[in-house]
Ligand binder design. Structure first.
Ligand code: CDT
Length: 303
C-alpha cells in the first residue's frame, strides 16, 4: 500500500519583527507533535519564515532583502531540517527566495519539498502572482506580490516522493483550475500548497464573507477533478492588523475535506493519505485517456 499519515501545519500570525529563529522553533514544535501522532509528511504555509511582507511598501532594498532566503537550507532554517531528518519526517515549506541567475538578482515566492532524509526533492516558484506592482494609497493594506516576486520559471513540476507523484503550488495558484489540471495531467497524486489569504479583499469587499468558501471550493474542485489529494495550509489569524483566513485542511481525491483545523493559531490537521485512492477517480469519471476531449479545449491554451 502507499499509505502514510500527513499533517497540515497551520501557523498563526508571524509579527513583522519576529525573528526567523522564532518561526523555525514554532515549526519544529509542530513537526515534533505531528511525528508523535504518526506523521511522515508535514505541510507548512506560504512564506512561512516571516510575516506576509507584501502588505507593505518597502523601498529600502536591504530592508526588503531581509525577508528573503538566499540559500536553502541556511543557518537559521537548518534546525528545522535537522529535526525533520532526525525524526524521519518530510516537509513542504514556503519562503521568499533571492536567486542569482545569469548574473541577475531574481526574487521568487518559492516552496520546496524535503524528504525524510533531509534532501530537497522538489522546488516550485509561484506562477499566479496576485496583487499589484505599485503602492496604492486607497488600500487598507498593500498586496505587492507583483512588485516583490517574478513569475515563477520552473513550471508546475511533478516529482517522485512518499511512494507516489507529488506536486506543489502556492496560494493564489489554487484558484486557477489550470494549476491542478497541469499537475493532474502530469500524474500528481498529492498537491501541497500553503496560503496567506486576507479576509478583506479590497477590490470586492462584498466577497469578504466568501473567502473561506472560495478557499475550500477551489481546493476541493482541484482535488476532485484531478483525482488527487490536496493539503492546503494557512498562515492564519490577525497578522499585523490584517486578518488572514484559516481553514487549513486535507482533501481526499473525492473532494471531501477529511481533516481541518479549528482555530487561527499554530495547529495541526492530520489524516491518513492513501495514494491508491486516486484511482477511484482517475480510473472512472476522470479517466483522462478515455474521457478528456482536448481538441475542444484549445482556447484555454491561447495567450
Ligand atoms: N498570497 C496570496 O496569493 N494571496 C491571495 C490573496 C487574494 S488576491 C489579493 C490569494 O489568492 O489568496
Amino acid at each position: 500500500t502507499r499509505k502514510f499519515i500527513a499533517a497540515a501545519a497551520q501557523l498563526g500570525p508571524i509579527a513583522r519583527d519576529e525573528p526567523r529563529a522564532s518561526a523555525v522553533a514554532r515549526m519544529q514544535k509542530l513537526l515534533i507533535d505531528a511525528h508523535r501522532r504518526g506523521a511522515e509528511l508535514v505541510v507548512f504555509p506560504e512564506l512561512a519564515l516571516t510575516t506576509f511582507f507584501p502588505r507593505w511598501l518597502i523601498e529600502d532594498e536591504a530592508e526588503l532583502d531581509a525577508f528573503y532566503e538566499t540559500e536553502m537550507p541556511n543557518a537559521e532554517v537548518q534546525p528545522l531540517f535537522d529535526t525533520a531528518r532526525d525524526l524521519g519526517v518530510g516537509f513542504y515549506l514556503g519562503y521568499a527566495e533571492i536567486a542569482y541567475e545569469h548574473g541577475q538578482k531574481r526574487r521568487f515566492n518559492t516552496s520546496i519539498t524535503v524528504d525524510k532524509t533531509g534532501q530537497i526533492i522538489g522546488k516550485y516558484r509561484k506562477i499566479h502572482l496576485p496583487g499589484h506592482p505599485e503602492y496604492e494609497d486607497w488600500r487598507p493594506f498593500q498586496h505587492l506580490e507583483k512588485r516583490y516576486f517574478e513569475h515563477g520559471n520552473l513550471g508546475f513540476g511533478v516529482f517522485d516522493g512518499f511512494g507516489g507523484k507529488l506536486g506543489m503550488c502556492l496560494c493564489n495558484d489554487r484558484r486557477w483550475p489550470e494549476t491542478f489540471r497541469v499537475l493532474g495531467l502530469r500524474g500528481a497524486e498529492l498537491v501541497m500548497l500553503g496560503y496567506n489569504t486576507p479576509v478583506h479583499y479590497p477590490l470586492a469587499p462584498e466577497h469578504d464573507h466568501l473567502q473561506d468558501f472560495h478557499n475550500h471550493l477551489s481546493m476541493q474542485a482541484g482535488a476532485y477533478a484531478n483525482g488527487c489529494w490536496v493539503i492546503g495550509t494557512a498562515k492564519a489569524g490577525r497578522e499585523e492588523g490584517c486578518d488572514l483566513i484559516g481553514g487549513t485542511c486535507i482533501i481526499a481525491p473525492t473532494g471531501e475535506i477529511i481533516a481541518k483545523t479549528q482555530g487561527f493559531g499554530d495547529e495541526l490537521a492530520m489524516a491518513e493519505i492513501d495514494l491508491d485512492r486516486c484511482r477511484e477517480l482517475r480510473e472512472n469519471v476522470f479517466n483522462f485517456a478515455l474521457h478528456r476531449e482536448p481538441d475542444d479545449y484549445r482556447d484555454i491554451c491561447a495567450g
